[in-house]
Write a protein that binds this ligand. Structure first.
Ligand code: HDD
Length: 694
């Protein structure tokens, strides 16, 4: 019987389809893959108690053989990823622009599967490395699967797909020693950058906080390329796709990101998994930027150049729908690993443009699935299977699931009356947009793709002082790890074309010569406020707070805080010396969630120190407790304390007197305790307190 679905989000067509494939072993007897019940699973069949194992033991052979073949090649890029199911809902019909069925009727809910990823690291690498994040969405529409295979950065390193293998070879660990893993802070990457100047804009984003997101739930997504919307009348518009996180765009700080990579390498996947399990369903609004075909050449950048954004202040993002991720996968291999995305999986009403990066991607993605998933039938895997019927003349191949009936598997024919027959546009057949194309065959960069620095400068201009400082520090870290002085110098000289002061500051940090003069510096003075994370949504919802508590705490005060946090949708975890129960001064029990040994400040958004003479005195003796608070402070996080808890802040070296207003929220009187929780939650919503960054 189907579960009652009170919000209509869970029971969609894809979920129902997947239900046929889900297997639950609870209460079942062990069988072989042939269905034979097995009577022994610990001892192989041997000739005598101490004798050799017999070939005849088919169960042993099957078990070992399957195990020996359990691994498939990881993705050549985006190997480490994590995914979830959800639903897409439209706010308003896009009929004037596109005939795509899933973008017509706001009543239609489209099932989606979304995979987030890092790019450079292998499957077992850390989550919080400095890297671009993949953001791939498969819409299971009634007209077939539509894949939006994007990133959390709106542009790309290169303009032509022919350079993709070179880019990736330079980013990946160096082949002679496979160092470093999942990091771009090494010679080959920066050598590539300095010799391929179209990467300048992307590198600015990559050095910014965008490359160290706080959560998959708190980053934007972009289709990057310019696509085409085509409506029922055959009229086309250029379109760019955006995902906007409802929780805002927030990042880690670099020191914290590096520490999390050791303390909890699964930080981002755990965050997504737990949010969905707790019902904090991640939400992203879907936006489109639209340009009329006749306006193609109106801009001072080429709208087909994938190293360029369409500034939102010039071409506004129209929000047209929302995606909610509401179900974790049942099996990571079957779903997250076997899902096969492809920018070429389109539906009628969505078409391509001549962006040369997009054109090359249209080849690469099917090709890679053939080696990764072992043949041409990967579309039959449950996670990839469309929710509409599939009929064609393709047959056979490894692991074919469909049993196609009849002798005819060719077109045209008379024996089967041409079935399956092509559909007309009116019947939903995909008709490629009839773009007029004329020209000579050439192998060169279009003149309109040659400006590599203007938008890099626009990005730099749009950053707050805090963000600029982070970018500079990231350059100094990354380029500072480059061994070749020549490459370090080349990078400094290249970024002098963006901003000479930035280049001079990088030079100081990495022991290079400052750029001479500023004659080549881009003269762009505009800003795009939409690019700065300072202007994003601020909310405390779904944030995680560590409550430092020990025996003898003040139960009334802590309860006040815990209730307020819960009401604000903030999650509190009690941290103490040991697991189990601790007792308040008036004898109330409290369950401990983690200890100073099993967790760390870096995995929380804020810290609160409970009052109570005994509790505070006990934690003051503990170096780990003081480090916890000091680290939170150095990572600009909100710190709260009441009554005797304030003394622990002092013991941790935090001057409470001066720091009021910079995210240190304290209460010493009964009255102050009353308003503390409100101030504390407001401070958490600020994400970080940059006033401390001096
Ligand atoms: Fe790509 C995977 C995003 C350029 C070739 N790419 C992959 C994934 C994402 C992107 C999110 C992971 C999909 C998943 O979760 O399974 N790629 C991008 C974006 C690009 C881009 C936003 C530029 C705008 N990619 C790009 C180019 C090529 C590729 C130019 C080759 C010509 N990408 C691949 C690939 C991958 C891939 C090798 C590896 C695994 C896969 O496809 O399924 O084919």
């Amino acid at each position: 019987m189907m579960k009652y679905d009170n919000d209509g989000l869970h029971e969609n067509k894809k979920n129902q389809q997947l239900d046929h494939f889900r297997v639950d072993d609870t209460g079942k007897k062990l069988t072989t893959n042939q269905g034979l019940k097995v009577s022994e699973d610990e001892h192989s069949l041997k000739a005598g108690d101490r004798g050799p194992t017999l070939m005849e033991d088919f169960h042993f052979r099957e078990k070992l053989t399957h195990f020996d073949h359990e691994r498939i090649p990881e993705r050549v890029v985006h190997a480490r990823g994590f995914a979830a199911h959800g639903v897409f809902e439209l706010y308003e019909s896009m009929t004037p622009y596109t005939k795509a069925k899933f973008l017509q009727d706001p009543a239609v809910k489209t099932p989606v599967f979304v995979r987030f990823s890092t790019v450079a690291g292998s499957r077992g690498s850390g989550d919080t490395v400095r890297d671009v994040r993949g953001f791939s969405t498969k819409f299971y529409t009634e007209e077939g699967n539509y894949d939006l295979v994007g990133n959390n950065i709106p542009i790309f390193f290169i303009q032509d797909a022919i350079k993709f293998p070179d880019l990736v070879h330079s980013i990946k660990p160096e082949p002679h020693n496979e160092i470093p893993q999942a990091a771009t802070a090494h010679d080959t990457f920066w050598d590539f950058v300095a010799n391929n100047t179209e990467s300048a804009h992307m590198v600015m984003w990559h050095m910014s906080d965008r490359a160290i997101p706080r959560s998959f739930r708190m980053m934007e997504g972009f289709g990057v390329h310019t696509f085409r919307f085509v409506n029922e009348e055959g009229r086309a518009h250029f379109v760019k796709f955006h995902w906007k996180p409802v929780l805002g765009i927030h990042s880690l700080v670099w020191d914290e990101a590096q520490k999390i990579a050791g303390k909890d390498p699964d930080f981002h996947r755990r965050d997504l998994w737990e949010a969905i399990e707790m019902g904090d369903y991640p939400e992203f609004e879907f936006g489109v930027q639209i340009i009329r075909e006749e306006d193609e050449f109106m801009f001072d950048f080429d709208i087909l150049d994938p190293t360029k954004i369409w500034p939102e202040e010039i071409v506004p993002v129209k929000i047209i729908g929302k995606m909610t991720l509401n179900r974790n996968v049942d099996n990571v291999f079957a779903e997250t690993e076997q899902v096969a995305f492809h920018p070429g999986h389109v539906v009628p009403g969505i078409d391509f443009t001549n962006d040369p990066l997009l054109q090359g991607r249209l080849f690469s993605y099917t090709d890679t699935q053939l080696i990764r998933l072992g043949g041409p039938n990967f579309h039959e895997l449950p996670i990839n299977k469309a929710v509409c019927p599939i009929h064609n003349n393709q047959r056979d191949g490894y692991s074919r699931m469909a049993i196609n009936k009849g002798p005819v598997s060719y077109h045209k024919n008379s024996m089967a009356h041409n079935d399956p027959s092509p559909a007309t546009a009116e019947e939903g057949g995909y008709v490629h947009y009839e773009e007029k194309v004329e020209g000579r065959k050439v192998q060169r960069r279009s003149d309109s793709f040659k400006d590599h620095y203007s938008q890099a400068k626009l990005f730099w201009n749009s950053m707050s002082e805090v963000e600029k400082h982070h970018i500079l520090q990231a350059f100094r870290f990354e380029v500072g790890k480059v061994k070749s002085p020549d490459i370090r110098q080349q990078v400094v000289d290249m970024f002098a074309n963006v901003d000479s002061e930035l280049a001079r500051q990088i030079a100081i940090g990495v022991g290079a010569n400052p750029p001479e003069g500023s004659t080549t510096e881009s003269n762009v003075t505009e800003t795009s406020p939409a690019l700065s994370q300072m202007n994003t949504v601020k909310t405390a919802q779904t944030r995680k707070v560590a409550l430092l508590v020990d025996n003898g705490f003040n139960a009334d005060e802590l309860n006040l805080i815990l209730t307020a946090l819960k009401e604000a949708g903030v999650h509190g975890e009690v941290i103490s010396r040991h697991l189990g129960m601790i007792q308040s001064a008036d004898g109330k029990n409290l369950q401990v969630d983690a200890t100073f040994l099993t967790t760390d400040s870096v995995v929380y958004d804020a810290v609160y120190v409970a009052g109570g003479t005994e509790s505070s005195a006990s934690l003051s003796m503990l170096k780990e407790a003081k480090d916890f608070i000091a680290d939170s402070y150095h990572h600009y996080k909100t710190i709260g304390a009441a009554n005797e808890g304030v003394e622990l802040l002092t013991a941790a070296g935090i001057s409470t007197a001066e720091q009021t207003g910079a995210g240190v929220v304290i209460a010493r009187t009964e009255e102050e305790v009353g308003s503390l929780s409100k101030e504390f939650i407001h401070a958490i919503a600020q994400h970080r307190h940059w006033a401390r960054q001096v």
